[in-house]
Design a binder for this molecule. Sequence first.
Ligand code: FEO
Length: 399
Amino acid sequence: MYNKRELVKDIYYVGVNDRQKKLFENYIPIPNGVAYNSYLILDEKVTLIDTVDVSMVGLFMGKLEAVLQGRKIDYLVVNHMEPDHAGSIGLLKQLYPDLCIIGNAKTFGMLNGYYPQLAGCRQLVVKEGESVSLGKRKLTFYMAPMVHWPEVMVAYEDTDKILFSADAFGTFGTLDGDYLDENINTDKYWDDMRRYYACIVGKFGTATQAAIKKLSALEIRLICSTHGPVLKQNIAKVVGLFDKWSRYEAEEKGLVIAYASMYGNTQQLAEAAAEGAVAAGLKNVVVYNVSKTDASYILADIFRYNGVILAAPTYMNEIYPLMDSLMHKIEQRGILNRSLGLMGSCTWAGGALKKLTAFADAVKWELVSNPVDNKQGVSADDYQKAFDLGMAMGQKLLQ
Ligand code: FEO
């Protein structure tokens, strides 16, 4: 019943949409869903590139059968072992027991751990730059460690110049009606792509830079990643975005104000700082309540903009826990070169500002103005100090 989705002659899209899952990796919201992409090459050796999350395996098998029409799969290329792509390997191997798995040495280290029942199965271990002939076509493999796990590799098909890129150049968001970027309006993906980068690959900027540099030597006409649309018209744009994000370079001038507030006082400091930044002429100002907006959205905007103000109350002599969590996530990603403003509050003894200052030291961002230190209710003087911090930040970011 499934339509065959032929990308180029004899290469088919056989991925699936996941519209059920609410949280990717069980913690990142995906209101627009996600696609697990997989590609099937019909050649003398029938070759599948990556599988899908095991929760979608029934649908996946149906899509495979629609293309295979009774043929068997000879090779399974495992570019990435994370279970959203490797999750169906065990069942696939049961259906196609003669299938040979292609991976690198690290792939098989993980495969044997996840699927001990496959120990001793047919395996082909590839190294950097090695090619495997499929018949008319061949695949050449390049290692891309830590984009996003250590075993990640990509496969290049040189007849049609296709890069099967694993997680690189992917995005959250299902594929609605078609999988090829030139057939759909891709505007809906850009915010999700930034958030995907910030959450999934954001820690691995150096590794992403190394991969982009290595792959820049290839002529690429199509990028087939494991998530999101196949790229044809948007290759330069998406590679450019991944390049910018992995250099931790902001896309544009703007300010993220992330605040925590139990009873609204610290929120007033955030409001005042936002007013100050806009009064300085800065147009891109976004204010987030860390208790309401998931950190993934805040992180994505920190990748997008060049300035950040964090504001939080003291909690148990330390800092409000959700701000602590956000700071940890920022630190984990090693985001570089942002301007930073700090505002702490307390009722009897401080603690938040100490934590915020320690964060500033850890990330080595440039501190703009003195931190605002508020006790109990927000006085006119406190409000003015927060406004002034926002204005100084606005002026700084617009330089
Ligand atoms: Fe989509 Fe790192 O797996």
